[in-house]
Ligand binder design. Structure first.
Ligand SMILES: NC(=O)c1ccc[n+]([C@@H]2O[C@H](COP(=O)([O-])OP(=O)(O)OC[C@H]3O[C@@H](n4cnc5c(N)ncnc54)[C@H](OP(=O)(O)O)[C@@H]3O)[C@@H](O)[C@H]2O)c1
Length: 265
Protein backbone atom coordinates (compact mmCIF):
# COMPACT_ATOMS: atom_id res chain seq x y z
CA UNK A 1 0.00 0.00 0.00
CA UNK A 2 1.28 3.49 -0.81
CA UNK A 3 0.99 6.73 1.15
CA UNK A 4 -0.18 9.30 -1.40
CA UNK A 5 0.43 12.51 0.59
CA UNK A 6 3.71 14.27 1.38
CA UNK A 7 5.86 12.91 4.19
CA UNK A 8 8.98 14.44 5.76
CA UNK A 9 11.59 12.85 7.98
CA UNK A 10 13.45 15.20 10.31
CA UNK A 11 16.71 13.33 10.90
CA UNK A 12 16.14 11.20 7.78
CA UNK A 13 19.89 10.77 7.17
CA UNK A 14 20.49 9.17 10.60
CA UNK A 15 20.76 5.46 11.34
CA UNK A 16 17.07 4.84 12.00
CA UNK A 17 15.62 7.61 9.82
CA UNK A 18 17.57 6.49 6.76
CA UNK A 19 16.61 2.83 7.31
CA UNK A 20 12.92 3.80 7.39
CA UNK A 21 13.28 6.02 4.33
CA UNK A 22 14.99 3.22 2.44
CA UNK A 23 12.15 0.81 3.32
CA UNK A 24 9.56 3.32 2.08
CA UNK A 25 11.37 3.94 -1.20
CA UNK A 26 12.20 0.28 -1.85
CA UNK A 27 8.66 -0.90 -1.08
CA UNK A 28 7.04 1.95 -3.02
CA UNK A 29 5.13 3.09 0.08
CA UNK A 30 6.40 6.64 -0.56
CA UNK A 31 7.60 8.08 -3.86
CA UNK A 32 10.78 10.22 -3.90
CA UNK A 33 8.90 13.35 -5.07
CA UNK A 34 6.52 13.11 -2.09
CA UNK A 35 9.39 12.71 0.36
CA UNK A 36 11.19 15.44 2.32
CA UNK A 37 14.27 14.92 4.47
CA UNK A 38 15.95 17.42 6.77
CA UNK A 39 19.06 17.50 8.91
CA UNK A 40 21.34 20.22 10.29
CA UNK A 41 24.50 19.47 8.34
CA UNK A 42 23.04 19.36 4.82
CA UNK A 43 24.84 16.02 4.47
CA UNK A 44 22.93 14.28 1.71
CA UNK A 45 24.95 11.18 0.89
CA UNK A 46 22.57 8.49 2.10
CA UNK A 47 20.30 8.01 -0.92
CA UNK A 48 22.38 8.66 -4.06
CA UNK A 49 20.37 6.15 -6.09
CA UNK A 50 17.04 7.96 -5.62
CA UNK A 51 16.32 11.12 -7.64
CA UNK A 52 13.69 13.64 -6.69
CA UNK A 53 13.84 13.56 -2.87
CA UNK A 54 13.43 17.05 -1.35
CA UNK A 55 16.32 17.87 1.02
CA UNK A 56 16.52 20.81 3.42
CA UNK A 57 18.37 22.01 6.48
CA UNK A 58 15.27 23.98 7.43
CA UNK A 59 12.91 21.87 9.56
CA UNK A 60 10.22 24.56 9.31
CA UNK A 61 10.31 24.40 5.52
CA UNK A 62 9.93 20.62 5.67
CA UNK A 63 7.03 20.92 8.12
CA UNK A 64 5.31 23.52 5.93
CA UNK A 65 5.45 21.17 2.92
CA UNK A 66 4.43 17.88 4.53
CA UNK A 67 1.11 16.33 5.53
CA UNK A 68 2.95 13.89 7.76
CA UNK A 69 6.19 14.61 9.68
CA UNK A 70 8.33 11.85 11.20
CA UNK A 71 10.71 12.95 13.96
CA UNK A 72 13.85 10.81 14.03
CA UNK A 73 16.47 12.91 15.82
CA UNK A 74 18.23 11.87 19.06
CA UNK A 75 16.01 12.62 22.09
CA UNK A 76 18.59 15.14 23.35
CA UNK A 77 18.21 17.12 20.08
CA UNK A 78 14.42 17.18 20.11
CA UNK A 79 14.32 20.64 21.73
CA UNK A 80 16.27 22.07 18.75
CA UNK A 81 13.88 20.76 16.07
CA UNK A 82 11.78 23.95 16.26
CA UNK A 83 8.73 23.34 14.03
CA UNK A 84 5.14 24.42 14.01
CA UNK A 85 3.31 21.28 12.91
CA UNK A 86 0.06 23.12 12.23
CA UNK A 87 -2.53 20.63 10.93
CA UNK A 88 0.06 18.01 9.96
CA UNK A 89 0.21 14.56 11.50
CA UNK A 90 3.35 14.12 13.64
CA UNK A 91 4.92 10.67 14.01
CA UNK A 92 8.00 10.02 16.14
CA UNK A 93 10.44 7.17 16.65
CA UNK A 94 12.41 9.07 19.31
CA UNK A 95 13.04 6.98 22.41
CA UNK A 96 11.37 8.31 25.54
CA UNK A 97 9.77 11.46 24.07
CA UNK A 98 6.10 11.36 25.06
CA UNK A 99 3.03 12.33 23.04
CA UNK A 100 2.42 15.20 25.49
CA UNK A 101 6.02 16.47 24.96
CA UNK A 102 5.52 16.42 21.20
CA UNK A 103 2.16 18.17 21.32
CA UNK A 104 3.64 20.90 23.54
CA UNK A 105 6.83 21.40 21.51
CA UNK A 106 5.41 21.24 17.96
CA UNK A 107 1.84 22.48 18.43
CA UNK A 108 0.64 19.27 16.75
CA UNK A 109 -2.90 18.17 17.47
CA UNK A 110 -2.48 14.77 15.82
CA UNK A 111 0.46 12.78 17.19
CA UNK A 112 1.35 9.10 16.93
CA UNK A 113 4.30 7.83 18.92
CA UNK A 114 6.09 4.89 17.30
CA UNK A 115 9.11 2.64 17.75
CA UNK A 116 10.91 0.82 14.96
CA UNK A 117 14.44 -0.43 14.33
CA UNK A 118 17.27 -0.11 11.78
CA UNK A 119 16.19 -3.55 10.49
CA UNK A 120 13.72 -1.43 8.49
CA UNK A 121 16.57 -1.13 5.98
CA UNK A 122 15.91 -4.81 5.13
CA UNK A 123 12.14 -4.39 5.62
CA UNK A 124 12.53 -6.66 8.66
CA UNK A 125 11.75 -4.21 11.47
CA UNK A 126 9.20 -4.85 14.15
CA UNK A 127 7.42 -1.53 14.76
CA UNK A 128 4.74 -0.46 17.22
CA UNK A 129 2.71 2.72 17.41
CA UNK A 130 0.38 4.36 19.89
CA UNK A 131 -2.04 7.11 18.82
CA UNK A 132 -2.58 10.31 20.80
CA UNK A 133 -6.13 11.49 21.57
CA UNK A 134 -6.29 13.80 18.52
CA UNK A 135 -5.27 11.17 15.95
CA UNK A 136 -7.97 10.20 13.45
CA UNK A 137 -8.82 6.86 11.85
CA UNK A 138 -6.95 8.02 8.72
CA UNK A 139 -3.90 8.90 10.84
CA UNK A 140 -3.89 5.39 12.31
CA UNK A 141 -4.06 3.96 8.80
CA UNK A 142 -1.12 6.19 7.81
CA UNK A 143 1.00 4.93 10.72
CA UNK A 144 0.16 1.32 9.91
CA UNK A 145 0.90 1.79 6.18
CA UNK A 146 4.24 3.54 6.78
CA UNK A 147 5.50 1.10 9.42
CA UNK A 148 4.16 -2.06 7.75
CA UNK A 149 6.38 -1.00 4.81
CA UNK A 150 9.36 -1.37 7.20
CA UNK A 151 8.47 -4.97 8.18
CA UNK A 152 5.75 -5.94 10.67
CA UNK A 153 3.76 -3.33 12.63
CA UNK A 154 1.19 -3.32 15.43
CA UNK A 155 -0.83 -0.69 17.26
CA UNK A 156 -0.44 -0.77 21.06
CA UNK A 157 -2.90 0.80 23.49
CA UNK A 158 -0.58 2.83 25.72
CA UNK A 159 2.76 4.62 25.65
CA UNK A 160 4.30 2.46 28.35
CA UNK A 161 4.30 -0.36 25.80
CA UNK A 162 6.29 1.84 23.40
CA UNK A 163 8.98 2.05 26.10
CA UNK A 164 8.90 -1.74 26.50
CA UNK A 165 9.45 -2.25 22.78
CA UNK A 166 12.13 0.45 22.75
CA UNK A 167 13.98 -1.84 25.15
CA UNK A 168 13.14 -5.17 23.52
CA UNK A 169 12.93 -4.76 19.74
CA UNK A 170 14.34 -1.26 19.06
CA UNK A 171 17.95 -2.47 18.97
CA UNK A 172 18.72 -5.16 16.38
CA UNK A 173 20.33 -7.64 16.92
CA UNK A 174 20.22 -6.31 20.49
CA UNK A 175 19.80 -8.97 23.15
CA UNK A 176 19.85 -11.78 20.60
CA UNK A 177 23.54 -10.89 20.04
CA UNK A 178 24.24 -11.62 23.71
CA UNK A 179 22.89 -15.18 23.47
CA UNK A 180 24.74 -15.69 20.18
CA UNK A 181 27.97 -14.54 21.87
CA UNK A 182 27.42 -16.93 24.80
CA UNK A 183 27.14 -19.83 22.36
CA UNK A 184 30.10 -18.70 20.23
CA UNK A 185 32.31 -18.29 23.34
CA UNK A 186 31.23 -21.73 24.58
CA UNK A 187 32.34 -23.34 21.32
CA UNK A 188 35.66 -21.43 21.18
CA UNK A 189 36.53 -22.33 24.79
CA UNK A 190 36.09 -26.00 23.87
CA UNK A 191 38.54 -25.82 21.00
CA UNK A 192 36.38 -24.93 17.99
CA UNK A 193 38.13 -22.64 15.48
CA UNK A 194 36.73 -19.11 16.13
CA UNK A 195 35.84 -18.64 12.46
CA UNK A 196 33.96 -21.94 12.41
CA UNK A 197 32.20 -21.09 15.70
CA UNK A 198 31.19 -17.70 14.35
CA UNK A 199 29.85 -19.17 11.10
CA UNK A 200 27.98 -21.96 12.90
CA UNK A 201 26.20 -19.67 15.36
CA UNK A 202 25.26 -17.11 12.72
CA UNK A 203 23.72 -19.92 10.65
CA UNK A 204 21.90 -21.27 13.72
CA UNK A 205 20.32 -17.85 14.32
CA UNK A 206 19.44 -17.38 10.66
CA UNK A 207 17.72 -20.80 10.50
CA UNK A 208 15.95 -20.19 13.84
CA UNK A 209 14.68 -16.79 12.72
CA UNK A 210 13.38 -18.27 9.46
CA UNK A 211 11.62 -21.09 11.33
CA UNK A 212 10.01 -18.65 13.78
CA UNK A 213 8.85 -16.36 10.99
CA UNK A 214 7.55 -19.07 8.65
CA UNK A 215 5.79 -21.56 10.92
CA UNK A 216 3.12 -21.36 13.63
CA UNK A 217 4.68 -23.05 16.70
CA UNK A 218 5.80 -20.48 19.27
CA UNK A 219 9.22 -20.57 21.00
CA UNK A 220 7.46 -22.16 23.98
CA UNK A 221 5.98 -24.87 21.68
CA UNK A 222 9.46 -25.62 20.33
CA UNK A 223 10.90 -25.90 23.85
CA UNK A 224 8.10 -28.27 24.92
CA UNK A 225 8.59 -30.39 21.80
CA UNK A 226 12.37 -30.65 22.37
CA UNK A 227 11.93 -31.51 26.06
CA UNK A 228 9.34 -34.17 25.15
CA UNK A 229 11.80 -35.63 22.61
CA UNK A 230 14.17 -36.16 25.57
CA UNK A 231 17.39 -35.85 23.58
CA UNK A 232 20.53 -33.78 24.09
CA UNK A 233 18.74 -30.43 23.77
CA UNK A 234 16.23 -31.51 26.44
CA UNK A 235 19.08 -32.09 28.90
CA UNK A 236 20.38 -28.58 28.26
CA UNK A 237 16.98 -26.93 28.31
CA UNK A 238 16.02 -28.55 31.60
CA UNK A 239 19.30 -27.39 33.17
CA UNK A 240 18.65 -23.86 31.88
CA UNK A 241 15.04 -23.88 33.09
CA UNK A 242 16.21 -24.94 36.56
CA UNK A 243 18.82 -22.15 36.71
CA UNK A 244 18.44 -18.42 37.36
CA UNK A 245 18.85 -17.70 33.63
CA UNK A 246 15.19 -16.76 33.04
CA UNK A 247 15.16 -14.31 35.98
CA UNK A 248 18.49 -12.83 34.89
CA UNK A 249 17.19 -12.18 31.38
CA UNK A 250 14.11 -10.53 32.89
CA UNK A 251 16.38 -8.33 35.05
CA UNK A 252 18.40 -7.29 31.98
CA UNK A 253 15.26 -6.37 30.05
CA UNK A 254 13.96 -4.46 33.10
CA UNK A 255 17.17 -2.39 33.13
CA UNK A 256 16.72 -1.56 29.43
CA UNK A 257 13.03 -0.70 30.00
CA UNK A 258 13.94 1.67 32.86
CA UNK A 259 16.52 3.35 30.64
CA UNK A 260 13.95 3.72 27.83
CA UNK A 261 11.58 5.46 30.25
CA UNK A 262 14.20 7.93 31.49
CA UNK A 263 16.27 8.54 28.32
CA UNK A 264 14.54 11.80 27.36
CA UNK A 265 14.28 13.19 30.92
N1 LIG B 1 19.51 3.70 15.91
C1 LIG B 1 18.73 2.81 16.55
O1 LIG B 1 19.03 1.61 16.67
C2 LIG B 1 17.41 3.28 17.12
C3 LIG B 1 16.48 2.31 17.55
C4 LIG B 1 15.28 2.75 18.07
C5 LIG B 1 15.00 4.12 18.19
N2 LIG B 1 15.94 5.02 17.80
C6 LIG B 1 15.60 6.45 17.92
O2 LIG B 1 15.72 7.07 16.66
C7 LIG B 1 16.13 8.41 16.81
C8 LIG B 1 17.30 8.65 15.86
O3 LIG B 1 18.35 7.81 16.25
P1 LIG B 1 19.55 7.47 15.25
O4 LIG B 1 20.30 6.35 15.86
O5 LIG B 1 19.04 7.37 13.86
O6 LIG B 1 20.42 8.81 15.41
P2 LIG B 1 21.60 9.32 14.45
O7 LIG B 1 22.13 8.22 13.61
O8 LIG B 1 22.52 10.09 15.33
O9 LIG B 1 20.85 10.32 13.47
C9 LIG B 1 20.28 11.51 13.93
C10 LIG B 1 19.76 12.27 12.74
O10 LIG B 1 19.15 13.48 13.21
C11 LIG B 1 19.70 14.59 12.51
N3 LIG B 1 19.53 15.73 13.42
C12 LIG B 1 20.04 15.90 14.66
N4 LIG B 1 19.58 17.06 15.19
C13 LIG B 1 18.75 17.61 14.26
C14 LIG B 1 17.96 18.79 14.21
N5 LIG B 1 17.91 19.67 15.23
N6 LIG B 1 17.25 19.03 13.08
C15 LIG B 1 17.29 18.18 12.02
N7 LIG B 1 18.00 17.04 12.02
C16 LIG B 1 18.73 16.78 13.13
C17 LIG B 1 21.13 14.14 12.18
O11 LIG B 1 21.73 14.81 11.10
P3 LIG B 1 22.69 16.10 11.32
O12 LIG B 1 23.72 15.70 12.32
O13 LIG B 1 23.20 16.42 9.95
O14 LIG B 1 21.77 17.15 11.84
C18 LIG B 1 20.85 12.70 11.76
O15 LIG B 1 20.29 12.67 10.45
C19 LIG B 1 16.50 8.61 18.27
O16 LIG B 1 15.53 9.39 18.91
C20 LIG B 1 16.53 7.21 18.85
O17 LIG B 1 16.02 7.20 20.17
C21 LIG B 1 17.13 4.65 17.24
Amino acid sequence: MAYEKTVGVIGGTGQLGSAIVRAWLTSGAVSPEKLWISNRSGRNTVFPEWDGINFSTDNRKLAGNCDCILLSVPPAHFNCVDIDAGDSLVLSVMAGVTIANMEAATGAKRVIRCMSSPAAELQLAYSVWCAGDGATVDDRETAQTLFAACGVADEVPDERQIDLFTAMTGPVPGFVAFYAKCMTDYAIKRGIDPAVADRAIRQLFLASGMIFSQSDPSPADHIREMIDYAGTTAAGLLAMENSSLYANIEAGLDAAFEKAQSIAK
